[in-house]
Write a protein that binds this ligand. Structure first.
Ligand SMILES: [Zn+2]
Length: 102
């Protein structure tokens, strides 16, 4: 089981930035920017490349969450990023959206 599923199942303690029944947002343990959050759906999906059409709502809500997190924090400029597979630094094979800001 990947580390995000363990966090979602509370097998590993975490201090979520946000959590609801379908999503959890945590701070990246190895931040690449002063603000570096990971927006993670609780449904286990390995990667963008393994999404199927029925997952479109999940991805839509990931972006909506990113927008709302930015608004709540008055962050106007930020980067949203998916890494897809090892060669592009996907380290954990559970879908997650990087939210980076200064
Ligand atoms: Zn998982």
């Amino acid at each position: 089981m990947d580390i995000f599923c363990k966090i979602i199942n509370k097998e590993i303690p975490s201090d979520p930035v946000y959590e609801d029944e379908n999503y959890i947002v945590i701070n990246d343990l190895y931040p690449k920017a002063p603000i570096h959050m990971l927006i993670i759906p609780k449904k286990h999906i390995e990667s963008i490349s393994s999404l199927d059409d029925s997952d479109s709502d999940i991805v839509w809500w990931m972006f909506t969450l990113a927008r709302d997190l930015a608004k709540e924090r008055s962050i106007d400029w930020y980067q949203l990023k998916f890494n897809v597979w090892e060669k592009w630094w996907q380290v954990i094979f559970h879908l997650h959206l990087h939210f980076l800001a200064n």
